[in-house]
Design a protein. Structure first.
Lengths: 282, 95
């Protein structure tokens, strides 16, 4: 059976690869230093594949057919479509056996994701993934989530989805070492008059919740209230799902910096893998 | 005619820009969409404030602004002057 050997959530501002030097040096060092730590950990653990969740940006779907959750089922997925992202275009390999198993297992657990062939993996994936493996050879199963177009799945529903996603990964027999990754958030505003604002108070509050491993204060938050922290902040759904998959274990906040040049609260939270978490609990 | 058509036009334009890659950028195409003269004008100028004020999804507004070459929040003044100011509400994380 597969083990989730590590899991992490990270912000995915396009500027982090499109123009990384635009951030203040100390902030960039903090954020990229955290991603390097995560990358080193993945190498140390010899991760065989990752499953990555991020928000849909109208890259794959539009208003004529927008799933709440969709799983890419191909052997490989083309990324990134954004020519300005400063990440080379490549067919990123997947693990179609794992993708198919996750999909079937979720359906058995009463979650009905959309099936997607030909999924493109945009900045939501590629910014974070490129820092994990700049050869882009590490297989990635992509999952896109609707985080911006109401009516949305609730935070509680995404938490439950994450728990079931964790079950699905752990019941896969084709691999031994899988990493789970969430991209998106933290607070940011796009395409509206507050674009450029960052709600630092929200970011600290949310990161404290993850660090404690107690989601009580956010699990039933209405979307309208969450949107007060930014109309892009709903992408924390991926972080909440990841917390659910890791059984609400306390996360380690490796970095938080409000990078106004990137119009985004930038954070990285790392979770212990299954075996390490079990050993720590004994 | 409908907000959907405005958004469809912008979405299709953004996909054409992606397909063009590093080559010449195609102009936005408004023919074939059921648009009012005001909507067509806003798309062709382009008038970012008007496009936002119509109710266009902010992710599409953001993508269009990026395609026009705006970086960071440089287009914020265009939106602030659009006359649609979201109401701020008290939240549970505010001290």
């Amino acid at each position: 059976m597969a083990e989730i050997v590590m899991a992490y959530s990270a912000s995915h501002a396009p500027m982090m690869t499109a123009d990384p030097g635009s951030a203040p040096r100390e902030q960039a060092d903090s954020f990229f230093g955290a991603l390097e730590k995560v990358r080193d950990r993945a190498r140390e653990l010899d991760v065989q594949a990752i499953v990555m969740m991020t928000g849909e940006h109208f890259t794959n779907f539009f208003l004529d057919g927008l799933p709440q959750i969709a799983i890419g089922l191909d052997d490989a997925h083309l990324g990134p479509p954004e020519v300005w992202l400063q990440v080379p275009k490549k067919m990123v390999p997947s693990d179609p056996g794992l993708a198919a198993h996750i999909t079937a297992s979720l359906i058995e657990q009463d979650v009905q994701p959309a099936l997607s062939y030909g999924m493109k993996i945009d900045h939501g994936f590629m910014t974070v993934y490129y820092w994990l493996d700049n050869s882009m050879d590490l297989p990635m199963v992509p999952i896109v989530l609707n985080c911006t177009t109401p009516p949305l799945m609730t935070i509680r529903q995404f938490h439950e989805f994450g728990r079931k996603l964790g079950n699905a990964i752990r019941s896969y027999e084709g691999l031994e070492r899988v990493a789970l990754v969430a991209g998106g958030g933290l607070s940011h505003f796009v395409g509206e008059p507050r674009v450029g604002d960052i709600d630092e108070e929200f970011d600290h509050w949310f990161l404290d919740i993850l660090a404690k491993g107690d989601l009580t204060d956010i699990i039933d938050i209405p979307n309208d209230e969450l949107m007060e922290a930014g109309n892009g902040t709903g992408e924390i759904r991926a972080w909440v799902a990841l917390a659910g998959a890791m059984n609400d274990a306390p996360g380690e906040v490796l970095s938080y910096v409000p990078v106004y040049e990137w119009i985004n609260g930038m954070g990285v939270v790392l979770y212990k893998g299954d075996r390490e978490a079990t050993a720590a609990a004994v | 005619m409908t907000l959907y058509m405005v958004q469809r036009c912008l979405f299709d334009h953004l996909r054409r820009l992606e397909a063009a890659g590093d080559g010449p950028k195609p102009d936005i195409v408004v023919e074939g969409y059921d648009l009012t003269p005001e909507e067509e004008k806003a798309l062709l100028e382009p008038d970012i404030g008007a496009i936002y004020a119509m109710g266009t999804h902010p992710v599409i507004v953001n993508g269009f602004c990026r395609a026009l070459g705006y970086k960071r929040a440089d287009y914020r003044p265009l939106l602030e002057n659009a006359g649609v100011v979201p109401e701020r509400k008290k939240t549970r994380w505010q001290k």
